[in-house]
Ligand binder design. Sequence first.
Ligand code: TPP
Ligand code: MG
Length: 817
Amino acid sequence: MNMIKKAIETPKNLSFEQFKKTVLNDYKTALISRECSLLGRREALTGRAKFGIFGAGKEMPQLAMAKAFKVGDWRSGYYRDQTFMMAIGALNAQQLFANLYGDTDIKNAPESGGRQMNNHFSTHSLNEDGTWKNLMEQNNSSSDISCTAGQMPRLLGLAQASKIYRHEKGVEDFTKFSNKGNEVAWGTIGNASTSEGLFWETINAAGVLQVPMVISIWDDEYGISVPAKYHTTKENISEILKGFQRDENNKGYEIFTVKGNDYPALISVYEKAGKIARVEHVPVIIHVTDLMQPIGHSSSGSHERYKSKERLEYEKSIDCNTMMREWILNYKIEDEEGNTYRFVNDKSELETIEKEAKNETRLAKRNAWNNFKNPIAKAGSELLIILKEVAKNSKNFVFINKLIDEFTSDEEVQVRTNLVYARKILRYLPEENFTAKTTLQNWIKNYTEIYKTRYSSHLYSQSTKAAIKIPEVKPVYDESSINVDARTILRDNFKEIFTRYPESLIFGEDTGYIGDVNQGLEGMQELFGEIRVRDTGIREATIIGQGIGMAMRGLRPIAEVQYLDYILYALQTLSDDLASLHYRSAGKQKAPMIIRTRGHRLEGIWHSGSPMSGINTFLKGVCILVPRNMTKAAGFFNTMMVSDDPALIIENLNGYRLKEKQPANFGDFKTPIGVVETIMEGNDITLVSYGSTLKLVEDAALQLRQFDISCEVIDIQSLMPFDISHDIVKSVQKTNRLMVIDEDVPGGASAYILNEVLTTQNAYQYLDSKPITLCSEEHRPAYGSDGDYFSNRSTEDIFEAIYQLMNEYDPQRFKPL
Ligand SMILES: Cc1ncc(C[n+]2csc(CCOP(=O)(O)OP(=O)(O)O)c2C)c(N)n1
Ligand SMILES: [Mg+2]
């Protein structure tokens, strides 16, 4: 067969038969995807699914994107992308329904095993044991998050990883993650979500960094009920992005605008875009217009409420699936010899495909439902046998049989239904002992355990590289160990880290050329180059995003946030994306990055804060490490470099110029995670603190010795995970008194610590005095010369608070001051 002259420009070098097969295949994928949306919405409206959001009306551009996507590439997108995921073979209709039902069996619902709302896509980067799969042998999608534009910062990092792999020497062996940086990161975002700051921050950063990233904007002119005029200047996102377009003199973006219902144009644009990004490492924006939502935004509402009849009619007229059908029917070309070729002879051929798509989708739905419900029903039947046996043996059989009747007539096939009745019936057996009771108890225990694991595992790593499993290695000192400026300990340790781990790199504001604002990286850029020790723009959220994306692709990024207080700019990305990643993917993805920052006790409202309670609350899933000095900090870096958990390490701003003894084993010594350290022993009271406040606590404890009060001082070091071997309660058992001192606001991290010690560790039973928390004022620390003295607690405050407690306990011995 001759090559077809007038066929669409791309894909090139396809015979007509191949091309036809591709087109009809695509059409069928689009149909199955649409049918999933229609049936899925019905499942939500009839209550079989709790909620449904789908990609209807955006099928065609996703087929084109899938064609340009190559094995080893990455996606970072949002809930509309089901057609793309199907087209790359990472999702089928049955899995889509399993995800929709919230099936907790990850084998059925690979997206998240029931942890995420439906259509929050992901692929599995990790093996069962938490080790990396070969990501170059699969199509990769980072796990979606619901927050609009939240996918953008991570996208930057996914793309940047290619850049690092292409240019950095020493990572050539990382063939599981990259082939010379040829992988493209494909982002998708809705038109309305481009109003978010994260979108613009990412666009600018990717333009600066020139990374292989293709962002598709699916433009349906709406964000739920709100039309474009309320979202976008000039109502046209590509129009206002024009300033980012590259030209002969300036690097920037390649920007395309294409109709989302024009199949040949889409294929051509996506092929070009992929090539530009892959070969040149130039970022690309594709504004895909003329999209629509045939079934409205989600199952939560109906778009008839806010779209006019005319608008709804118009949307119907631009439906990409209908337009594809028309295009296929009308497609006709001739070769040089005058032979005519068509995809189909008439409508009936398409009707056959359409019928198949409908049937296959219906079957997929039924299978997904059965796979979801059958195991629960089976467990219910097994339970029923046990319950009947229990009723037979119990003197309370009347009550139990009543509950059994209720159970059997309850039509809800749910795990909780099984447990509710099992647990209620157990309540009737406290004074009885027979085999069936033990069977019931065991059944409840095992069943609960299975589902607790399914719902709550993998907040932190469960692999052998979990942070809490990395053993401590102490710093080694010898006769030649001298006292040095503490910042040089960090610096010399970083030097060792960068030497040992070619995949490690650090970046942030003023991190590169000057070696960070406190010189902890002095000279490192000269030694390790600009790729690995790098300055960034002032954009904390995308600095974190760079870290997440790169860590997901096998690199070991250390992202610097210049001061602790500025972490608030990145808190959304840290919390919604990084902290939840391992959990929301049910342990199938990880981003072992380190966030390096510094804080506490400098001067002024935004350079001395200690917003630990916020961080602690929002970052469950990240290790929160608060070293009291730079040796401890360096030890934390060394631990986290070999762990697969992410961590935030907060150095003490006022500690860099203090003297510390120089260890001899840089790179080796490791501060353990979740382990406290007793730094002064004593008998009268346990003082618990962390970070730079410890210095004041130690001073106060020394001064109290002269007043015959003996304090035990404990450094928490690791706020999360917290004191896993419960050492603090052992101290309270001895001293019978407890004080928590920190720089956070009242009711902040100190309340968290108190809860851990009093209730988790049960220290309440050993207390002879009220437990005390000593924190900052409720306002932020003032700048004035004595602002710190009055805003935070001073050594005198600590001294007096402890003295007063001892006075209350023994007024004869400790007379009022
Ligand atoms: C940060 C945040 N704000 C609000 C929402 C609620 N929300 C979900 S989708 C959506 C509209 C998004 O519209 P668009 O980006 O155009 O995507 P589309 O759904 O139209 O494809 C909104 C407001 C959210 N998920 N996250
Ligand atoms: Mg929209």
